[in-house]
Ligand binder design. Structure first.
Ligand SMILES: Cc1cc2nc3c(=O)[nH]c(=O)nc-3n(C[C@H](O)[C@H](O)[C@H](O)COP(=O)(O)OP(=O)(O)OC[C@H]3O[C@@H](n4cnc5c(N)ncnc54)[C@H](O)[C@@H]3O)c2cc1C
Length: 374
């Protein structure tokens, strides 16, 4: 059997099998890879065996043990949510931010704080585009960060602008992304550490990574349906209320609903195989609470993430409270079940590289979760 390398590997193992997550990492690194309407395609193979494109792909050879070592320098203690220093409820203190945010506005509040106080040179965010696919943006002002509030439930290739930012000399970045994007970004950082990401000045940059929870994203076909249903009225907000499908809120105040049965066929194929639901390799991860829409779930993971949260709290940017113990089993069960489904469907040669020890750790944790829920 021919061993695939370089762009050929990316095309055959990921793109041709519809396993591309649309993270955008390869797009920003290669002049021959394009993203059009959230579909990523290789238009010409450079022929290099050692290209960067396949090495940053979150769907090629993901070894969680290696990733834990790279990000946390130790094996994970939590096999369901990933290594962490604590889980909380959090929300933005500023009313404008919390009102415009998807839930508590924590992501916007943190990114705005870092940009405003020049803790980073720019933030890599995702901006809505009415009824069209959203766009990746590099932002440097608080107003621009606020303009990116809200979830866009599709796979915007946000990471494609990371290289643009680095080439502009923005060497301290805040990166906000879905779990697949966090993995791809960590892979980029790993290559940089090995001096292999040649297109970046000196191969050196710093980043704080804010990861989103994500069980799935929608394929770009969603926007065709959205345009149909909204009849030209601009969408200003999308939401996924628990077990009710998706609701689009329009500029004229009307609401358009996508019931679950209409939404399911629109889920991006690559998301079905995703083993990371809470952005396990981020500095901090943020999701909904599925309990109180004015708050976010916040998982603090790295020392860098912990320092940011303490600073933002002390500066009155976000407030934090204890995660209610009675709802923790719900989150653990939802995450463990998705992971178990992915493992069940896993086939030889698939992207996940899981050792027996790792799998044992996961199944033991899943069992504990099940018994605690009962
Ligand atoms: C595709 C998708 C699926 C999700 N699924 C879940 C889920 O199943 N369960 C759950 O608890 N939470 C999920 N989330 C996360 C949730 O919707 C909120 O983004 C998160 O709780 C942060 O809330 P916030 O109030 O702090 O957001 P805000 O303060 O409004 O900030 C949102 C930030 O997210 C970024 N962003 C928006 N859309 C995207 C995108 N498509 N790709 C990358 N970055 C983006 C923006 O740049 C913005 O900075 C999902 C998010 C996305 C994008």
């Amino acid at each position: 059997m021919k061993i695939l390398t370089g762009p050929e590997k990316l095309k055959k193992e990921v793109m041709d099998r519809n396993l591309c997550t649309g993270c955008g990492a390869c797009v920003g690194l290669c002049p021959y890879i394009y993203a059009v309407n959230e579909r990523v395609a290789l238009v010409h193979s450079c022929g290099l065996k050692e290209g960067n494109c396949h090495q940053v792909c979150p769907r090629i050879e993901l070894n969680p043990v290696e990733m834990d070592k790279q990000v946390f320098n130790k094996p994970r203690a939590d096999h369901i949510l990933g290594e962490n220093k604590g889980i909380f409820f959090a929300r933005a203190v500023d009313q404008q931010i919390s009102e415009n945010g998807q839930y508590g506005g924590v992501v916007t509040a943190l990114a705005a704080y870092m940009v405003k106080n020049k803790k980073v040179d720019a933030a890599v965010l995702t901006r809505a585009n009415g009824n069209d696919v959203p766009e990746p943006v590099l932002v440097q002002t608080m107003e621009e960060v606020l303009g990116c509030s809200g979830s866009k439930y599709s796979a915007c290739p946000t990471l494609k602008i990371v290289s643009e930012g680095l080439k502009k000399g923005f060497l301290r970045l805040c990166v906000v992304g879905r779990p697949c994007q966090v993995i791809a970004f960590r892979k980029m950082q790993r290559l940089c550490g090995q001096n292999k990401l040649k297109c970046f000045p000196d191969n050196k940059f710093e980043a704080i990574v804010i990861g989103l929870f994500c069980f799935w994203s929608l394929s770009p076909d969603f926007y065709i349906k959205l345009k149909d249903k909204t009849a030209g009225n601009k969408t200003v907000r999308l939401d996924i209320p628990p077990n009710r499908g998706l609701v689009a809120v329009l500029e004229n105040g009307a609401k358009v609903e996508f019931p679950l049965e209409e939404l399911r066929p629109l889920i991006r194929e690559a998301c079905v195989d995703c083993f990371d639901i809470t952005s396990e390799y981020a500095d901090v991860s943020v999701g909904s609470t599925e309990y109180d829409p004015e708050w976010n779930t916040l998982i603090v993971r790295t020392e860098k993430g912990e320092a940011l949260i303490k600073e933002a709290q002390a500066a009155g940017v976000i407030e934090i409270k204890q995660y209610p113990s009675e709802i923790l089993p719900n989150l653990l069960t939802a995450v463990a079940n998705k992971k178990a489904r992915v493992l069940h469907g896993l086939q030889q040669g698939d992207y996940l590289r899981l050792s027996d020890d790792y799998l044992q750790g996961f199944y033991a944790a899943q069992k504990t979760t099940e018994s605690e829920k009962c």
